[in-house]
Design a protein around this ligand. Structure first.
Ligand code: MG
Length: 389
């Protein structure tokens, strides 16, 4: 059996951005540090048991944070030092006779399966293995009296010891008990206890992102190290045509334009706004304008088309998306669209509640060809883009 101990009993007062929660319960991009550190062990196929050691005051925080899992045992209360907390975790596991144990700090949220595999692998040949990185910086020893540099320390062969650290269970259990009997409480990691007991420990170079969250600034750094979430962008397309009939104005994108004819339709016949409404509905896969507002329904006779557009906007929000841009193309010989283009964009910006820079309104003729070329009516095309965050 392979067991894992997560050490989450510290107060973490140096790192927590607020004073309300210890750092292991502070959320990193919506998920507590502890949960990020825990999940790779819960999902690892070879790890059968995960024992978290918590501060006795954090029981409610813990219960409110962790996912439910058959592998996750009831938390055990830690002691005054990290060393004592780990020993208490080992004592709970010991009667169940695990042959290996992984020990990991809850403040290292970037542990992953590859790192866990890498520290387990050397246990075939030695009693323990430590996730580590070689020291890359030049090291200085300070004269504590003068505050000045006393000497440069040779960094050859120096490594930074991280977690997880993996051990043969019986070996680290006995090492911890022996260390406790001496009364020493100053061991800062489990490998140093194993060294104290004379065990062979391997250094395993692991992912440099496996940082420990110690200071408030580390949360900002950790946020940058998170994998970028994929963005779910969807587009929709709409098309509509209305024929000219007798009248003295048309309405396009909500703007009234004097003209020798009107457009024929059940509502106000705003062909451009209808195409745009269908584009938005298309982007969220929610039917079309005719389905939500049947032309057979007397209620919509002469209706201002902004009713349809605003309904589509509500549907975007309900779907959990936001509109990022729209683009409308109006196809007609007459009336001239150019002089009204900015008024149309402003009206759409107001109705859609997005910045005017995200709204395109374009017009083209069809060179005298076809029904639009013969000025029998107006056609409109539209595209809409939405993002699901
Ligand atoms: Mg229509």
């Amino acid at each position: 059996m392979i067991a894992a101990i997560l050490v989450a009993a510290g107060r973490g007062s140096r790192a927590a951005p607020s004073t309300t929660s210890p750092k292991q319960y502070v959320e990193l991009d919506g998920k507590p540090l502890l949960v990020r550190s825990l999940e790779p062990f819960l999902t690892h196929p070879d790890v059968q048991v995960v024992q978290v050691v918590i501060h006795p005051d954090d029981r409610a925080l813990y219960e409110g944070s962790v996912p439910s899992s058959d592998k996750l045992w009831s938390p055990v209360a830690g002691g005054a030092t990290r060393q004592e907390s780990v020993r208490r975790g080992l004592e709970v596991l010991q009667p169940h006779k695990p042959n290996r144990v992984l020990i990991h700090d809850a403040a290292r949220p970037f542990v992953d399966k590859a790192t866990i595999d890498a520290v387990l692998e050397p246990l075939e040949r030695c009693a323990g293995a430590v996730a580590a990185t070689p020291v890359a910086d030049t090291l200085k020893r300070q004269n504590t009296d003068t505050g000045l540099v006393e000497t440069t320390v040779d960094r050859t062969g120096l490594w930074r010891a991280l977690t997880p650290q993996a051990f043969r269970f019986d070996a680290i259990y006995e090492a911890h008990r022996a260390a406790a009997r001496t009364g020493r409480t100053d061991f800062t990691d489990d490998a140093s206890i194993a060294e104290f007991a004379g065990l062979d420990i391997a250094l395993v170079e692991t992912d440099a992102r496996n940082i420990k969250i110690t200071h408030p600034g580390d949360f900002a750094l950790a946020t940058q190290l998170l994998p970028r979430r994929s963005v779910d962008v969807r587009t929709g397309q709409g098309y509509d045509v209305h024929a000219f009939s007798s009248g003295d104005h048309v309405i396009l994108c909500g703007v009234k334009i004097p003209h020798s004819h009107a457009l024929l339709g059940h509502s106000d016949a705003d062909v451009a706004m209808h195409a745009l409404t269908d584009a938005i509905l298309g982007a969220i896969g929610d039917g079309d304008i005719g389905q939500h507002f049947p032309p057979t329904d007397e209620k919509w006779r002469g209706a201002a088309s902004e009713v349809f557009l605003q309904d589509a906007c509500r549907r975007i929000k309900k779907a959990g998306a936001r509109l990022t841009n729209v683009d409308v193309t109006i196809v007609c010989e007459v009336p001239k669209i150019g002089p009204h283009r900015e008024a149309m964009r402003r009206e759409l910006a107001r109705l859609l509640e997005i910045d005017i820079s995200r709204i395109g309104v374009k017009a083209t003729t069809s060179e005298g060809l076809g029904f639009t070329g013969r000025s029998e009516g107006i056609a409109a095309h539209a595209l809409a883009t939405v993002v699901f965050d």
